[in-house]
Design a protein around this ligand. Structure first.
Ligand code: SAM
Ligand code: SF4
Length: 366
């Protein structure tokens, strides 16, 4: 094995900090000795900082309507070939109650960017759910105004998941017409300032994405000091402009996850559904190279096949009970246990560290 590789790996494990060049070196890890060492080190760091518990976040996909036209996603507004659905507030409360009854301590409410749900109705919903049980509520509803983010946080939303998708601004702007990388960063700053536990993350395998930009993704996640980072492969959908682009590479996805674990030891890292879709054992592999979270689908059976961001999503033919059973078995297979807590990451003294940040300069001060 290249001695520079070994030196970078040991530095990452000890200091949790690497230069962009050193990150790229590790991202290039080849199957065999290099990858074995990288994954084993990431697994050791996961064990040391996160223990053996795997946190479950039950995800409810409550609307497939979206005003955006992202080139990578099957829910894009130009796709006329899907049946759209949207839960009423009552349906969403019922689905959340089912998740609570199944024992989830975190519920993730995810949707296309659907303004039909205004901040008032979402706030009512959050209040209703919190009356049943003090579960952690994560929102994954895309870009909103700062005031709306604030109102939702005041109503009880604890966490917000907004993936930065890629730090390559040109690529971001091309793949998400009508939106911008600057605005995305601004939203992430707002979420941070308001006091959410912030989740972000990126896809691996977008067309035109480089190892340099993947290294920047990890550096960005470190700089934002995210509580959670979703790193998963891009999977093409036939009804999108990226239909002919190949799947993101599984090995590169796992390398990215492992390096993220080394540099973000306290961060929650999910074994993503996309990784489980790309390979039947993908989530087990991810759990063995740094991941400590799984997000089982709690969307009622009748709707889950309609939320097609990419085809053949793992678990899309199961109901909420079956999904939970399968995920628990995956966790047991790798010798880990399901956490009984909420898996919060409190950070009372958080401050954005670098005023001269490469990524977080406030170009849109509010
Ligand atoms: N609409 C919200 C947003 O975009 O932030 C949340 C829902 S969106 C479906 C959730 C995530 O799905 C996105 O952040 C993106 O990373 C992921 N996604 C969309 N299309 C994908 C694809 N073809 N392959 C892998 N992940 C995809
Ligand atoms: Fe809409 Fe999110 Fe899909 Fe983009 S990724 S089209 S914002 S659901």
């Amino acid at each position: 094995m290249d001695s520079k590789f070994q030196v970078s790996l040991e530095k990452a494990a000890l200091q949790h900090h690497l230069s962009r060049e050193e990150i790229i070196l590790l991202l290039r890890a080849q199957p065999g000795k290099e990858q074995n060492e990288l994954f084993a080190m990431a697994d050791r760091i996961r064990e040391r900082y996160q223990g053996d518990e795997v946190h479950l976040r039950g995800i409810i996909e409550f609307s497939s309507y979206c005003r955006n036209d992202c080139h990578y996603c099957g829910l894009r507004c130009s796709n006329n070939n899907i049946n759209r659905y949207r839960f009423s507030v009552e349906q969403l409360v019922n689905a959340s109650c089912q998740a609570v009854e199944l024992g989830y301590n975190t519920i993730v409410l995810q949707s296309g960017e659907d303004p039909w749900y205004d901040a008032d109705s979402l706030s009512r919903l959050i209040t209703e759910i919190k009356k049943k049980k003090n579960v952690a509520i994560t929102l994954g509803i895309g870009e909103r105004s700062k005031e709306e983010y604030r109102q939702l946080h005041q109503a009880g939303a604890d966490r917000f998941l907004l993936k930065h998708e890629t730090t390559d601004a040109e690529l971001f702007n091309k793949l998400r017409p009508g939106t911008s990388s600057d605005k995305r960063m601004q939203c992430l700053r707002w979420l941070r300032e308001i006091g959410y536990q912030v989740g972000s993350g990126n896809m691996v395998g977008l067309p035109g994405q480089t190892l340099e930009s993947l290294a920047d993704d990890i550096l960005f996640l470190k700089e934002l000091d995210v509580e959670m980072a979703g790193i998963g492969p891009f999977i093409p959908h036939s009804q999108t402009p990226l239909a002919d682009v190949p799947n993101g590479d599984l090995q590169l996805t796992l390398n990215t996850l492992a390096v993220a674990r080394l540099l973000l030891p306290y961060c929650h890292l999910p074994a993503t559904t996309a990784t489980g879709t790309l390979h039947p054992e993908g989530r087990q592999m991810a759990l063995n190279c740094g991941a400590n979270v799984i997000m089982p689908n709690v969307t009622p059976y009748d709707y889950r096949q309609l939320y097609q961001i990419y085809p053949n999503k793992a678990g899309s033919t199961d109901d909420p009970k079956q999904s939970l059973k399968k995920i628990v078995s995956i966790i047991n297979q790798v010798g880990r246990k399901v956490s009984e807590g909420r898996g919060d990451t409190p950070k009372p003294s958080f401050q954005i560290k670098s005023q001269n940040s490469v990524f977080l300069n406030d170009k849109h001060s509010n």
